[in-house]
Design a protein around this ligand. Structure first.
Ligand SMILES: [Zn+2]
Length: 334
């Protein structure tokens, strides 16, 4: 279970967005449907849940849910009858029956006398049928209902759905907003380093802390180096990295490539300064000339493409994708 699925705290880098929503509610300008768009790991679902708790709490304090009233108790135990979280169940898709149930839910009177809220996460998991069924809810809003669609890839949603929601966009936060929060999570590794590895995506940084990612990264770097030296073949390399998810492997290779590119391109002085001196030193020595740097840049583009492809494919052949990427990586210095 990911952090976003059980946490409801107010994440410090989302405070401004939260206050904006509270303000909209206070001035009775809250829309009927919102689309929270932005890459995975920024805490969009945590915000959606925290704001829902605020809306349902009967004795909010300082614009925060009190955590003590009957509503808050029901929310904490996940049994509040007026909040529904729709996520893919046993497949990667949100099925039409789940949406039909939610239509039924929203058409009934609220059980606790306040808002009725549906959170759909991630909304790109709606298949064509369930998305069409959801349109019905979006087209005929009833009073005191709120729909929040959380999406890591808003572009994949049907245009008719997007156009009926108010879009709230989320970007990577400034590290100084995240580091104290990360440090408060009893992590063993350096918060700064984890966040850098995670490309400044906060919940991913926390995820890396859980899985001893510093060690994982050492493994990946050593595999990448052996591939360049011709000391390891591609299937062996894929085998060594199988313990990490394909997404993590891609993210780590993107970070590694962009670090090497920054290190070897004087034009990007600022990025180069953020590199640790010892970091990636061995790998970096392979990419001293222009041809190889150009090839590495091409490889980076390929990683971006692969990331998009696996996000929009329900069941990619992960081993094949990873082997293909390792093949391209090896080819950068030929
Ligand atoms: Zn409360």
């Amino acid at each position: 279970m990911s952090y976003a699925e059980h946490a409801t705290e107010l994440l410090p880098w989302l405070q401004t967005d939260y206050e904006r929503l509270v303000e909209l509610k206070a001035s009775q300008k809250l829309a009927h449907a919102y689309l929270f768009g932005g890459q995975q790991g920024l805490g969009k679902l945590v915000l959606a849940k925290h704001f829902s708790h605020y809306l349902l709490c009967k004795s909010t304090q300082n614009n925060q849910p009190c955590g003590e009233c009957r509503e808050c108790q029901l929310l904490a135990s996940g049994t509040h009858p007026d909040l529904k979280l729709i996520q893919p169940e046993d497949s990667s898709e949100i099925k039409i029956q789940q949406v039909r149930d939610s239509i039924h839910f929203i058409s009934q009177t609220s059980q606790r006398g306040g808002y009725k809220i549906i959170i759909i996460a991630p909304a790109e998991a709606l298949n064509v049928n369930s998305a069409n069924a959801l349109l019905k809810v979006l087209e005929e809003p009833s009073n005191n209902t709120l729909l929040i669609l959380v999406s890591h890839q808003p572009a994949l949603l049907m245009a008719t759905i997007r156009s009926r929601c108010h879009l709230m966009k989320f970007n990577r936060p400034a590290p100084e907003l995240v580091i104290p929060w990360l440090e408060s999570k009893n992590i063993r590794a350096s918060a700064t380093e984890l966040l850098r590895m995670a490309g400044n995506v906060p919940l991913r940084a926390l995820h890396y802390a859980d899985e001893d990612a510093l060690h994982d990264r050492v493994v990946l770097h050593s595999v990448l180096e052996k591939l360049l030296q011709g000391e390891m073949d591609i299937s062996e390399a894929a085998g060594q990295c199988e313990q990490f998810t394909l997404e993590d492997n891609i993210e780590a290779m993107m970070l590694c490539s962009s670090d090497i590119l920054a290190r070897n391109q004087v034009s990007d002085i600022k990025a180069a300064q953020t590199l640790h001196d010892h970091d990636l030193k061995n790998l970096s020595t392979f990419f001293q000339d222009r041809t190889r740097l150009k090839a590495l840049h091409g490889f980076y583009q390929e990683l971006l493409k692969a990331r998009r492809a696996i996000a929009s494919t329900s069941n990619p052949n992960r081993l094949l994708v990873l082997e293909g990427l390792f093949f391209s990586w090896s080819a950068t210095i030929r």
